[in-house]
Ligand binder design. Structure first.
Ligand SMILES: [Mg+2]
Length: 150
C-alpha cells in the first residue's frame, strides 16, 4: 500500500501495527527490506513490544532482540517509546512524519494486560477471552486504576 501510494503520487501515509511475536516470521523481514529499498518514508511501523506471545516470552521462544539494531540495519528510522504514554505515542507519530527517504519503526514497549492484576504480563491471556466474572473484575480494576490517575 505504501509503495502503491508512492508510485501513484497519492501522498497517503500507511500505518502498520505488528506484535513482537510475529516479528519471528520471515515475511516481516522481506517487507522491511522492501520498505527500505523503495525508501517508503510514508510507512510507519508500530511494534507492540510486550515480549509475550502465545507460547510464552518472546525472548525465550525465539529472540527478536536487539530489535532497534535490527530495524536500523534494515534501513529504518527507529523510535523507542513507552507504549502506555500517550504523549510519547503522539510525539513519535509526529516525528515519523518528518523522516525522509526511509520508513520508520516505532518500538512501543508495553505490558500485556496492563492495569488488570491477574492479566499483567501473563502469556496465557494472549489468546483467550475472560469469563464473565473475570471480565467484571478486570473492568472494575481498570476503572479504579483510571480514577486513581486523574
Ligand atoms: Mg507480543
Amino acid at each position: 500500500m505504501a509503495l502503491a501510494s508512492k508510485l501513484n503520487h497519492e501522498g497517503v501515509r500507511v500505518y502498520c501495527i505488528c506484535g513482537d511475536g510475529e516479528l519471528q516470521e520471515g515475511q516481516i523481514w522481506e517487507a522491511a527490506m522492501t520498505s527500505s529499498h523503495y525508501k517508503l518514508d510514508n510507512l510507519c511501523l508500530i511494534i507492540d513490544n510486550n515480549n509475550l506471545q502465545i507460547d510464552g516470552k518472546v525472548d525465550e521462544v525465539m529472540s527478536i532482540y536487539p530489535l532497534d539494531e535490527k530495524f536500523r540495519s534494515f534501513g529504518f528510522e527507529v523510535i523507542s517509546i513507552d507504549g502506555h504514554d500517550i504523549n510519547q505515542i503522539i510525539n513519535a507519530l509526529n516525528k515519523a512524519k518528518t523522516v525522509k527517504g526511509k520508513p520508520t519503526a516505532i518500538i512501543a514497549k508495553t505490558i500485556k494486560g496492563k492495569g488488570v492484576s491477574f492479566m499483567e504480563n501473563v502469556a496465557d491471556w494472549h489468546g483467550k477471552a475472560p469469563k464473565e466474572e473475570e471480565y467484571n473484575i478486570a473492568i472494575e480494576e481498570l476503572k479504579k486504576n483510571h480514577v486513581n490517575k486523574l
